[in-house]
Write a protein that binds this ligand. Structure first.
Ligand code: FES
Ligand SMILES: [Fe+2]
Length: 421
């Protein structure tokens, strides 16, 4: 295929010139005339003025409109990243912890990398609560710097001056108060719910919808008697959108994950993309003779978590806005939470959920599942980190999507939609 045809196919038939580049100080208007050749200097000056006045959001809109991948700034611009944090993560429900976190009275669990001071807790009535571990007296932390724990007395005592709180966050005794006790006598709270095999939180004052979403197959799977067999956490030195984009297509399987390709060939995949429903889903049939995705491809007697013989032959994955990813095999579910820690750093947590009868990792040979996915995650991490390094180069000018990458396009459109509010 010649280059022109290739570009047209990849860009949905629209070949366009790139009209936007990274604004930077040395390119500021007024600095250019001396450094440009006299020919066309005015024309270039006007072009640079136009470029410098572009905002990253306009550039994202242009890329989505032209059905091509985002430019480098989408992955490197600090201002855009702050906007994403505010409008995407702080304004919506987000997956914050494993589904079984804080399930006994007095138990608490940090919602980890989103805001280490956000804690979910189980109160005396077995209700799930969420509050910030910051004393309302003068802002001391109430809990030790551990990821989780349990308050056997079913209350929290501030180690600084002794203010006490119930497990639902309400203030019990302001012993050391020398002035007025706050009118709102509780820790700053957040909403919290179990949904889609994870715990989800929503900050006070968040402007996004109150509803929570999930594809129907995930809702059904989450109703199965699931138990957590393992949780792992790792970091990717790449922007969070690169991580989701990578998850949204299987086009890379044959080169990046040959072992995964052998079990679920990418050419047989299909997708279900409707950004208005706040989730994107994909399906991949298992190759003939393969029972599940693992180093051996065998289920080893593990109980299925999927109804129907036909459905057991399909692996399904999903992205649920803004930070949850899923991969469902016939006998286990991977539930991921992604946290955008910095413009070029993403933290991932992944729970492996199996049928409640199969939690004995040794008996059910779960190592075959764990080691398989550890390798796949490593392979994806290396690819995303490579892209992030390239995003810092002037050579980063992606041409277009492959036809099979409709999930990536749908995700990019979803991001733009959320940023526009
Ligand atoms: S800061 Fe907590 S009681 Fe003073
Ligand atoms: Fe991958």
């Amino acid at each position: 295929m010649n280059r022109e045809k290739y570009v047209n196919r990849m860009s949905g038939g629209l070949e366009r010139s790139r009209g936007w580049k990274k604004p930077c100080n040395e390119h500021a208007p007024g600095k250019y005339p001396e450094t440009l050749s006299p020919h066309g200097a005015n024309q270039r000056r006007s072009r640079y003025s136009r470029l410098v006045s572009s905002t990253p959001l306009e550039a994202l809109a242009r890329a989505v409109g032209e059905a091509r991948p985002f430019d480098a700034e989408a992955y490197t611009d600090e201002a855009l990243f702050r906007l994403e944090r505010a409008r995407i993560f702080d304004d919506h429900w987000f997956a914050c912890a494993p589904v079984d976190a804080a399930s006994d009275p007095g138990a608490w669990h940090r919602a980890s990398d989103a805001d280490p001071r956000l804690v979910i807790a189980c109160d005396a009535d077995l209700e799930l609560r969420a509050w910030f571990d910051v004393c309302r007296h003068r802002g001391a932390p109430l809990l030790p710097d551990e990821p989780k724990g349990r308050e056997r007395a079913l209350c929290l005592t501030c180690p600084y001056h002794g203010w006490r709180y119930a497990m639902d966050g309400s203030l019990l005794t302001p012993r050391a108060s020398t002035g007025d006790v706050p009118h709102d006598r509780s820790l700053v709270r957040a909403e919290v719910r179990r949904h889609g095999a994870q715990c989800w939180a929503r900050y006070e004052g968040a402007r996004g919808e109150r509803a929570l979403y999930a594809p129907p197959w995930l809702v059904e799977c989450a109703n199965a008697p699931l138990a957590r067999a393992r949780s792992v956490r790792w970091e990717v030195r790449a922007n969070w959108k690169l991580v989701v984009e990578n998850f949204q297509e299987s086009h890379h399987f044959s080169r990046v994950h040959p072992a995964l390709e052998a079990l679920t060939p990418w050419r047989r995949s299909s997708s279900d993309c409707d950004p208005s429903r706040r989730w994107l889903s994909g399906a991949m049939p298992l190759a003939e003779g393969v029972e599940t995705v693992s180093t051996t491809g065998l289920t080893r007697g593990r109980t299925t978590i999927v109804r129907g013989a036909e459905e057991r032959r399909v692996v399904r994955d999903a992205y649920v806005f803004p930070n949850a990813l899923y991969s469902r095999q016939p006998d286990y579910l991977l539930a991921y939470r992604l946290f955008a820690a910095a413009v070029d750093r993403t933290v991932l947590q992944c729970d492996t959920l199996v049928h409640g009868a199969n939690t004995d990792a040794h008996e059910f040979m779960l190592d075959e599942v764990f080691s398989f996915w550890d390798r796949v995650h490593d392979e994806d991490r290396a690819i995303c980190e490579g892209q992030q390094r390239c995003a810092n180069s002037r050579g980063f000018r992606p041409l277009g999507y492959d036809a099979s990458e409709d999930g990536v396009r749908a995700f990019d459109a979803m991001v733009l939609d959320a940023l526009r509010g």
